[in-house]
Every structure is written in C-alpha cells, then in structure tokens.
Design a protein around this ligand. Sequence first.
Ligand SMILES: NC(=O)c1ccc[n+]([C@@H]2O[C@H](COP(=O)([O-])OP(=O)(O)OC[C@H]3O[C@@H](n4cnc5c(N)ncnc54)[C@H](OP(=O)(O)O)[C@@H]3O)[C@@H](O)[C@H]2O)c1
Length: 361
Amino acid sequence: MAQCTELWVDRTDLRTTQAVSLPLPEPGEGEVLVAIDKFGLTSNNVSYAVAGDEIGYWGYYPALGNWGKVPVWGCADVVVSNCPQVPAGERLWGFFPMASHALLQPGKVCDDRFVDLAAHRQGLPSLYNGYRRTRAEPAFLQAMEVERCLLFPLLATSWLIYDFLVDNDFFGADQVLIGSVSSKTGAGLAEMLHGAPEVGQRVVGLTSASNVAYVERLGCCDEIVAYGREACIDTSVPAAYVDMSGDARLTATLHRLLGNNMVNSAMVGATHWEQRGDTGDLPGARPTFFFAPAQIGKRDAQWGPGEAMARAMAASARVANKWQGELAVEWTRDVDSLARLWRQLLDNGVAPNRGLMVSLL
Ligand SMILES: NC(=O)c1ccc[n+]([C@@H]2O[C@H](COP(=O)([O-])OP(=O)(O)OC[C@H]3O[C@@H](n4cnc5c(N)ncnc54)[C@H](OP(=O)(O)O)[C@@H]3O)[C@@H](O)[C@H]2O)c1
C-alpha cells in the first residue's frame, strides 16, 4: 500500500532528523491529497527552520512533540479530491512540507490559484497559503518547474529588494553592498542591479574566499570582497547594505567602517545562521528588517493588485534563464540522502553552484 514519506526535523536541534513513513492520509470534506513530485532545497529553507517559531513556519504542516516539518517550494499533482473546484489531475506550485504527500483545503478558488483555508494556517503569514494552479498559466512558466522550485521564491525577493532600493532612490547611496552574495537571493539582486542600465550604483558583493570565483563567473558585481577584507571597500562613498548573511560581526564591521556613509541597512536573510546575534548600537543607518509584503502592498496600491508580483516573476524568469549552465541541478530521491543534504546545508557544505532538487515520491 502507498505510504507517505516525510523528513521531520527536531525544532530544538536542527541537525537531528527522523524519516517518517505513514499510511496515506485520507482527504476530509473539501480537502485534496497531493503527491509532491519535486521540491527545491536552499539556505532559505534553513532560515524557515531557524525562524520557525518566530515567524510561524512550523505551523503550516505541524508534526508531533518537538518535531517539525520544514516547508519547501515545490510542485504537486492533486491525486484525490473532495473539492469539486480542484479535481484530481490538477498541477500545483506552492508551499509544501519535505514529504511525498500532503493534504490541502482549497478555498477562494480562481482559475489560476487558490488559498489553503485549513484552520491551523489562518493565523500564519498569508503569502504562504496561496497555491498556483499552473495549468492556467503561460506555457513558458509551466516549462520552468525546476526553476520555480529552486529559484523563483528567492529571485522574486531579489526583485522586491531591487524595487525597494529604486523606489527609495537608493537612500542616496552610490554603492550597494550585498552580504552573502553567492546566495541565490544575493546574486539575483546583484544581477538585477548590475544589469539595469538605469542603475548607476556600484554593486559590491561580499562572500567567502572559496566562493569568490563562482561570483566572478556570474559577472554580476563591480567588485567582490572576501570576508575579512572589508577594509578594501571605498568608505568615502555612501553605501546601502543588503544582508543575506545575518552575520552580526560582518554587519558591525561594515557599519564601523562606513560610519555615517552607511545610509541604509536592510536585514533580509541569515545564511550564517549560527553567527546571528545582537549588534548593539552601530554608526550609520539602523539595520532594519526588509519586509517584502510591505513593498508588495505599496506597489499593489500604486500599480494595481498583482502587478508587482507579475514583474517579480518576469525578472525571476529572466535571471533563471541567464543562469542556465551555472547551476548544476542534482536530484535526491530518498529520505536518508535528503537527511544528509539537510545537514550539509546547515553546515555550509553545499557549494553555491549546486541546485538541490528532491523527490520523495
Ligand atoms: N526575507 C525574505 O523575504 C527572504 C526571501 C528569500 C530569501 N531570504 C534569505 O536569503 C538568504 C539566502 O537564501 P538562498 O536560499 O538564496 O541561499 P543559498 O543560495 O542556499 O546560499 C548559499 C550561500 O549561503 C552561504 N551559506 C550557506 N550555508 C551557510 C552556513 N551554514 N554558514 C555560513 N554560510 C552559509 C554561502 O555564501 P557566502 O559564502 O557568500 O556567505 C553559500 O554560498 C536566506 O537566509 C534566506 O532565508 C529571505
């Protein structure tokens, strides 16, 4: 009999996992059972676990006791439906657990999307409750499933940060410093800035010495600075810092070097999740969380609902196409190998050119 395979992570010790095999769940009234045949895995998923309690990521697919199911972006088929508007055979893209199957409760169904209305998800950030019914989407998007799992949620954020900087006239900065620029989100932002003829700001990427060559190959920065060599940065020029690393020491170093020339400091990610910490008072602009839904909301009010995300998707597709050949997509198809990959991600053991795709079906 078919089983549901899942990887559970100990919420109190992210390096401890267990493989779980359960009978397939039966959809209740209004629910659908989906078979998840692909999902992507990047540091962003580690951040979901690290911020699982703070932001509520553990709440989308609850497990038992201390265990949690880390959410991932994936594609799935509806295999059993008790929801007439979303019949078996539908293809979906959205937020799933690291698992082979899941139950959803579609509501507010439109041609190309629906919202999961399960009671336990209603208090959580609504962005992640939306699912795309991909058969109603343009053919070019349907042909980009791997890229949508692996890159689109990250590159859409890159575009929203790009738009936030443009919208604010770069806060007067003449250079944009990007922490953990080898990350897909960081490199995506660098690419969007560097490739925009209307943007004159220099793009300065910060990364580990071992990742400098990779970022050089992408050709998305005017200057690449290895961690530890921050003193090379031109501090006489006003700078906006966009931080994907979450490394408190790096933030403090940059603020002290730039002083009042640090005109904006946006906290976006925490790839260096074990180096997070309180930076205390720092010279220059106060580090502030970048809240993507605020930028979407502002643009929706100005441009009309959905326009900002449509532009973010178009930019994501452009960058994903440009990176073809740079990212080596590799597939993992069993839960024990997934557990090993998860630990490698936690321990910075995944080179930036690796594109991790998983299927537990
Ligand atoms: N707030 C939002 O809305 C939002 C949206 C999307 C992404 N993000 C955040 O942006 C960050 C980047 O995500 P991503 O998926 O694009 O990353 P990714 O491509 O998986 O990033 C890989 C890079 O991150 C660094 N890294 C990875 N694991 C590490 C570890 N254990 N210790 C130290 N460094 C590590 C390394 O870069 P370096 O050597 O260059 O440091 C590595 O090359 C994440 O924290 C993610 O949550 C936030």
